[in-house]
Design a protein around this ligand. Structure first.
Ligand code: HEC
Ligand code: HEC
Length: 434
């Protein structure tokens, strides 16, 4: 068991090294195409961010909001702790992935939209199941052997809670080499510990390398490499706004002639410029001396129990991020000791995240971004810590073995990680957009 584990770590180290090398080649070929954003562009972008879109909106160059959508403004889902923050569970989003099968080898992805401008475009889980039905199992001959397949539901659903956009511009500009090297060091350190007989370290997780070779760093599944691409997808999928990078989402139910771009190239650049300029969160110690001492002590414990292994405080030139931007599984592996792999007809590429793999969320601003976890199912910081199993199990055990005052000190430290104060000034705009 242990030798196997070491073998895999070695293999992981080699693949991390290869990833870094491939990136160095790509990075030298890449360059930033857009000129610098001005304050005026950011201001215009903020107006687009808070604008409440309607169907056939006079501000749009196409059909405006929809045909299918989840809310009528960016601010409706990004408001907690200030404009650009996270969202409440009422604004959670349901995403689906349809896995490839022998009949349809393409992977389909999208959102099950909560709203439509017209009843005939309304979407539902039922509709999705009808469009992509369960494939009945049975005995099939594969490579000369008879293999028993279970019934296979190609549709995977995920409910996700809005992520705060504070400091996204810094994450966007963070060097990919720095992120990959941080991970390579983690894998090497873990291998060293395992060779020394210590198997009680948190799993190092893995990078999400996108099909074009870039590192995914935004979103719960690290599914996008840049703010610009995420914003394009958010316009198209959440609001139904076609833009220069992406067509607006089409209804599941019915074809529609609806390809018009709602945002011009310039408007789209303004919106991206605004999101990239949303200030980074801050660390603010309490003024009360006892609470202050507890938070400082908690910060030390955060590192000594191992939280900082995944919630890496600094990467490259970004200090206070508290994330390795890697995918991890926090699901318990105890069970009955066996992993039940579902036999699928067409396997996904190895780099595709498994259903239980999620990107380590940056903890900056975490005091103002409840509820927690990808689905927003956890209400308090303490409960969020206890929910860590899988890769994080050794760390959770170490946390649980701390005396209660020390556990509370870790939580007190997390409470110092706050939304930027500037963002709070937009309270009126936010209230109007709730
Ligand atoms: C209906 C709610 C909703 C609306 C409206 C919405 N978002 Fe989001 N946003 C989300 C959710 C949920 C996520 C996390 C999705 C995921 O990763 O699966 C997210 C994530 C993001 C991210 C990635 C943040 C990060 O650090 O990883 C960006 C950028 C973003 N949204 C920008 C926007 C912009 C710009 C708009 C308006 C065009 C917008 N969003 C509208 C719900 C929403
Ligand atoms: C093995 C890596 C790993 C370790 C170790 C780890 N975390 Fe996490 N943490 C994650 C991942 C991944 C998530 C998101 C999981 C999800 O959404 O399903 C997360 C989520 C969180 C959240 C919720 C954040 C949000 O925005 O929803 C908090 C708070 C948190 N961790 C704190 C801690 C603390 C404190 C420790 C140490 C006691 C710790 N973590 C140890 C990987 C880790």
């Amino acid at each position: 068991m242990r030798t196997v584990s070491i073998f895999w770590r070695k293999a992981a180290l080699v693949s991390v090294g290869a990833g870094v090398a491939a990136w160095l080649v790509l990075a030298s070929a890449a360059g930033r195409m857009d000129g610098p954003a001005t304050a005026q562009m950011q201001q215009a972008g903020e107006e687009l961010f808070v604008h409440q879109w309607v169907a056939n909106d006079s501000k749009a160059h196409g059909d405006g909001l929809g045909p299918v959508f989840n809310a009528n403004s960016c601010a409706a889902c990004h408001f907690q702790g200030g404009l650009g923050g996270g969202g409440d569970v009422a604004h959670n989003v349901v995403a689906y992935e349809v896995h490839p099968t022998i009949r349809d080898k393409k992977m389909h992805k999208g959102l099950v939209h909560a709203f439509a401008v017209n009843k005939e475009y309304a979407e539902s889980h039922d509709l999705l199941s009808k469009a992509f039905p369960i494939i009945p199992g049975g005995d099939r001959v594969v490579g000369g052997c008879t293999v028993r397949f279970d019934d296979f539901n190609p549709v995977q659903l995920e409910t996700t809670n809005s992520i705060a956009l504070f400091g996204d511009g810094l994450i966007d500009r963070l060097s990919e080499t720095a992120i990959r090297l941080n991970h390579a060091r983690r894998v090497a350190k873990q291998l060293g510990r395992e060779i020394g007989g210590d198997f009680e370290a948190a799993g190092a997780g893995r990078a999400r390398t996108l099909p074009d070779g870039r590192l995914g760093r935004f979103g719960w599944k690290a599914q996008f490499a840049t703010v610009k691409e995420f914003v394009a997808a958010a316009c198209a999928n959440e609001l139904g706004l076609g833009n220069p990078l992406m067509e607006q989402a089409k209804p599941l139910s019915k074809d529609c002639e609806c390809n018009e771009a709602d945002l011009t190239k310039q408007e789209f650049r303004q919106l991206v410029a605004f999101v990239e300029a949303i200030p980074r969160p801050i660390e603010e110690l309490p003024t009360n001396p006892t609470e202050r001492a507890a938070a400082k002590h908690g910060k030390k414990l955060f590192t000594s129990v191992g939280c900082a292994d995944c919630h890496t405080p600094d990467i490259g030139d970004v200090a206070g991020l508290y994330s390795d931007l890697m995918l991890h599984s926090l699901t318990s592996k105890l069970g009955d000791g066996y992993t039940h792999e579902i036999i699928v007809e067409v396997p996904l590429p190895g780099s595709h995240p498994k259903p239980d793999e999620w990107r380590t969320p940056p903890l900056w601003g975490v005091a103002d971004s409840a509820p927690y976890f990808h689905d927003g199912s956890i209400g308090s910081l303490y409960d969020a810590i206890l929910r860590h199993e899988g890769d994080a199990l050794p760390v959770t055990k170490a946390f649980k073995s701390l005396p209660p005052t020390d556990q509370q000190a870790v939580v007190a430290f997390l409470r110092t990680l706050k939304a930027p104060p500037v963002a709070k000034n937009s309270a009126d705009l936010i209230a109007a957009n709730r």
